[in-house]
Every structure is written in C-alpha cells, then in structure tokens.
Design a binder for this molecule. Structure first.
Ligand SMILES: Cc1ncc(COP(=O)(O)O)c(C=O)c1O
Length: 414
C-alpha cells in the first residue's frame, strides 16, 4: 500500500488532494502518507512475529522527526550511522536500548555519545573499532555491547554504489576472520560481544542473496555459540528492495519465509535494519511545471524540483514513476523531466512517456520517501523543500520550507 490514490482523476494522499497541498504549501514539496509508513512497519512486525525480533528502522532513509515519532510510537527500534542520527532518534522518542549504531567511520566523539546515551548495540566494522570502543567505554566506566559486522562476500545484484557485502567493499570484516577477531577481543574491558551483523546492500530485489547472507550469519552464530560466546542478537541488516516501476516486489513476509527457517530455535533476538522498504512508497515529491521546450532532439519538461531535492536519478540513474497530479487524459509523449539546477545530470527522468502536462500544472514523483529529503542539499543556493505528513484526511507541515536566511545562517560575516 502506498497511501496515494486517484479520486476523480486527481492524486490524493491519505484522503487529501495533492493539488490542494501544492497550492497551499508551494513546491517542491515532499508529501508523506502516515498510513503507508505505519503499514510498511506493521508488515515487518507481523512477518517476524514468530521469533523474538526488533525492527530497527534505518534513519538514513529518511530522518524527518515527524516520521520518526510515528515509528518510535509504534514500537520500532532505530539503526543510526552518525551522532546526528543518534540525536534525532533520541529526540523522536526511540528508547536508547532499541538503538543500534552502524557505520564504517564512527568518531571517538560519536562513540562517547552512544555510550553515554546507553544505546543497545554498536555494530563494529573492524577489530580496531572494537579496541577503540573498549578503551573509550572502560575510560567512562561503561560497557559497550558490540555486534561485529561481517562481510559474507555475497553479490546483492544492486547498483554498485549501494552494494556493501562484497569483499571489495569497505564494510565489515571478512566473515572467515570473524571468529579469530572475536577471540582476541572477548576479554577486553568495557566491551561485551553480543552478536554478529551483516548488511549486503540496498535495493536488493534478489531474495536469494538475502537468504544466503542470513544463512551465513546463522552458521557463524551457531559456531560462536558452540564456542561459548554468550550472544544475544543476530542482525541481518536491511536492504529489501522496492518496486519503483510499480510491478510488485518481495514483501517482508516473503523475506521472513526465507529467513525464519534458519533462525528459528536460535536463543537470540533477530534484528533487522530496513529503511527504504519502510518509507519509500510512503512519499511523493510534488513539483510544478515551469516550462516546456523542444530542442529538436529532445522535448524537456522543466519542473521546479531538481537533483538537490531528489538526487537518486542523477546519482544512480534511479527510476521513479512520474505522473501528472491531475490526469487530463490524452496521449503520452516521450520527454525528459529535468530540474532547474545548472548540471546536465540534473534530471528526474529521461526519455519517459508522460501524459500531457502544461506549464503551471503539478507532477508527482512517486516512491520518493526514502533517500529523497535525507539526501537533499542546498546546491545552487536552493532552499530545501517543505515536508507535509497526511493522516486520516488531515495534513500537517512537519518541516517548513527553508528560506534564504536559513541558507546563510551559518556564514560568519567579516
Ligand atoms: C548498515 C545499514 N543498515 C541498514 C541500511 C538500510 O538499507 P535499506 O534502506 O536498503 O533497507 C543501510 C543502507 O544501506 C545500511 O548501510
């Protein structure tokens, strides 16, 4: 469920007309459906209910407070990768013990923040990081619960920029090296080895790869338990892909069917770190058509949202469905949908069949809830978009549009 549907030809989100929202709040505008967000979380919780588990939502996908508060209130945990995300998670009400701290380059200051907050687990990426955790925690008189991230060398068959589980990637330690590392660190002061973790990539649509990675993690866990490690968790990361083309994708229930047989019976809590599959479909980016031009070779629909608002098409050549908010009918034409940023790489879609749209009309970029606003920038001195959450026919602004003053606020005048 996406939470967005047409009523008399006009796209609505949780019962609210997107035309109304575009007129009232301006564009570009991110609009999120609360029912779709919570529905996606609930699908995970239901699918993994047969075993002790925790769904730790990956904040990197979208860390807007209004959405985080909904998820925290629903019982989700949080997967964070920076001190900023830690503060955002705590501010939104995630209990510290439900927070796991991932990330390949945690600074000492970030480790200290996590320790002082009493977070559930640090997903350590190397032996060196565990030693650093040990000395900082011991210095503070605290204990860090540590999960070692392993790299199972499995190809997730996703975009190379978001593949993380291959030997050539910077993440984790080689899975074969994990037992020896854990033997060396198990007696260190200030750390308690609580499990192993892996995350092989994002936008993974091949369930076989996720199943294989979980299987490798289960085998490692069983051997560590057999050698007397008192483990508490097994963390299979996130990564489940989304059907950006709208043709249907694997669900959390499909994932659970592949993973649960292997973990059933383990005396541990299963952790997952989904981001994209919880929030992607719950968001659209609304943009208004500024101009239409034909240069002979191509027809361009120029809209007021660009790569600074939604980077995915430019960065990964990612596909997002784009639809006129008001369907006026008529034959589709092939166009490039581009933004106003001064880069030829600033496009939302290329050579795309788009139904007729006129200057001044709205288009909706679908499935933009994940890695949309969270990757937005001020490139070209463009204020970042506002964000609106719709729930039960009511809309509320969860982030106002930035102003020029916001853009220069951190500059220091001579
Ligand atoms: C360690 C870790 N966990 C979870 C995620 C979330 O992945 P996704 O949004 O694909 O579910 C990521 C993102 O790649 C990650 O690096």
């Amino acid at each position: 469920m996406s939470g967005f549907e047409r009523r008399q030809g006009t796209l609505h989100g949780d019962g609210v007309s997107l035309v109304e929202l575009g007129d009232r709040h301006g564009t570009p505008l991110y609009v999120y459906s609360g029912s779709a967000l919570l529905g996606a979380y609930d699908a995970y919780a239901a699918a993994f209910a047969p075993v002790p588990h925790r769904i730790c939502y990956a904040l990197k996908a979208n860390s807007s407070g209004g959405l985080l508060r909904l998820l925290a209130g629903r019982g989700a945990g949080a997967d964070i990768v920076s001190g900023g995300e830690l503060q955002a998670a705590l501010r939104a009400g995630f209990p510290p013990e439900r927070i796991v701290f991932s990330g390949v380059g945690k600074t000492d200051a970030e480790i200290r923040l996590g320790l002082e907050a009493g977070i559930g687990e640090f997903n350590a990426e190397s032996e060196d990081e565990i030693r650093r955790l040990s000395s900082i925690a011991a210095g503070l008189g605290l204990t860090a619960r540590v999960t070692l991230r392993v790299n199972p060398d499995i190809d997730p068959r996703s975009h190379p920029y978001i593949s993380t589980g291959l030997r050539e990637n910077k993440f984790g330690v080689a899975i074969d090296a994990a037992p020896a590392i854990l033997d060396r660190v198990r007696a260190l002061p200030g750390v308690e080895v609580s499990g192993v973790q892996c995350h092989i990539g994002s936008q993974v649509t091949d369930l076989g790869a996720l199943e294989q990675a979980a299987g490798a993690l289960v085998a490692l866990t069983r051997s560590l338990l057999g050698r007397g490690f008192p483990l508490h968790t097994i963390d299979i990361g996130g990564g489940l892909g989304v059907d950006y083309d709208g043709t249907g994708a694997a669900t959390p229930a499909d994932l659970a069917a592949r993973v649960l047989p292997a973990v059933a019976g383990l005396p541990l809590r299963l952790l997952l770190e989904p981001g994209r599959s919880i929030v992607a479909r719950a968001g659209v980016l609304l943009a208004r058509v500024i101009g239409i031009k034909d240069n002979g070779a191509r027809r361009f629909v120029i809209v007021d949202a660009g790569m600074n608002d939604l980077l995915r098409p430019s960065l990964y050549e990612a596909f997002h469905r784009i639809e006129p908010v008001v369907d006026r009918g008529g034959a589709a034409g092939v166009v490039d949908v581009v933004g106003p940023v001064c880069e030829s790489g600033d496009f939302l879609a290329r050579e795309r069949a788009l139904p007729p749209v006129a200057v001044g009309e709205l288009v909706a970029v679908r499935d933009a809830g994940a890695y949309g606003f969270s990757m937005a920038s001020n490139y070209n001195m463009r204020p970042r978009a506002a964000e609106v959450l719709v729930e039960n026919g009511q809309a509320r602004v969860i982030r106002r549009r930035e102003t020029f003053e916001d853009l220069v606020r951190t500059e220091v005048a001579e």
